[in-house]
Design a protein around this ligand. Structure first.
Ligand code: PMP
Length: 292
């Protein structure tokens, strides 16, 4: 069965789905996106993903292609047509099609919207038990990382360096030695006094939806969580390091470049948070999960 994509009002086999060569998403990366997980038929944190998409569009002064209610109809239909039980839904909204010129096009230009879905189970428990290796890469991105823009070339280059080193992720480090996040996930450390630390939300990072849920789950469980920047040196000396993301869930990091984190085995607090995140997903309420 070919995957079915939603493209500007139509549902098409993915191989027949095309976008215009003068779409500004294609020419200027003038577009935003979201990815959410469907877990056993139920979307995870769907409302916050749509709210973040709306925020990304607003920050770029993009017109919304449709209301949140209409969007939800499309999302449900894409999940149904692709027979997704556990998988990811990808949605992208571009500013639209117009003759190539840097300024925004005519205000009547319709935003373009594409939605696809595929089966995917997220990061495996086996891998989490073993722990992930990460590499470090210089954070060379622009100053609006809070916007989930499709301008991902710096993330692509960082992730490629991870792939070439057979690592799971690349954590991104600024010129002054601060770890902002990772190429497609948020980065965390746990200090010697068991404080869980992650970069505060700001224009320096993408405010991860999983990050926010994990902060809540950690606090509910009685852990101390502090949102503050931390350095690569602190990460190297940390008791535990982990990553969070929509498909990453909570992933313990056991190696940074060629150096083990602590004793080199998956951190117990990170594994506990992973379990709590899984329980959270398992307990989602089908009746309200699509609410925005
Ligand atoms: N940072 C970046 C750069 C990302 O691409 C992602 C994945 N969307 C995240 C963090 C994690 O965000 P979320 O938990 O919303 O998937």
């Amino acid at each position: 069965m070919s995957h079915i994509a939603y493209v500007n009002g139509r549902y098409l086999p993915q191989r027949d789905a095309t976008v215009h060569i003068e779409d500004r998403g294609y020419q200027f990366a003038d577009g935003v996106y979201e990815v959410f997980l469907v877990w056993n038929g139920i979307p995870v944190d769907y409302g916050p993903h749509i709210v973040r998409l709306q925020r990304s569009m607003a920050e770029l002064r993009m017109r919304e292609p449709m209301s949140a209610g209409a969007m939800t109809v499309v999302m449900k239909e894409i999940v149904r047509r692709n027979r997704i039980t556990t998988g990811i839904v990808y949605m992208q909204v571009n500013r639209g099609v117009a003759p190539r010129a840097h300024p925004f096009p005519n205000a009547n230009t319709k935003p373009s919207m594409v939605v696809t879905a595929k089966a995917f189970a997220g990061s495996s428990d086996a891998m989490a038990e073993q722990g992930a290796k990460v590499v470090t890469a210089r954070d060379i991105r622009w100053e609006r990382r809070d916007i989930k823009s499709v301008g991902l070339l710096a993330n692509v280059l960082a992730r490629q360096s991870a792939s070439e080193a057979k690592a799971y992720e690349a954590i991104l480090v600024t010129a002054d030695g601060t770890v902002t996040e990772a190429s497609a996930s948020n980065a965390w450390i746990i200090t010697a006094d068991k404080t869980i630390v992650t970069h505060p939300t700001s224009n320096a990072i993408l405010g991860g939806i999983t990050r926010s849920t994990v902060i809540d789950l950690a606090r509910e469980a009685g852990y101390k969580v502090t949102e503050r920047p931390f350095t690569l040196d602190e990460a190297r000396a940390a008791k535990e390091v982990f990553l969070t993301g929509t498909t990453t869930f909570v992933m313990p990091v056991t190696q940074i470049d060629d150096q083990p984190v602590a004793n080199g085995s998956s951190g117990l607090i990170a594994l506990d948070l992973r379990k709590r995140y899984r329980n959270y997903m398992d307990a989602l309420d089908a009746a309200t999960a699509w609410n925005v």
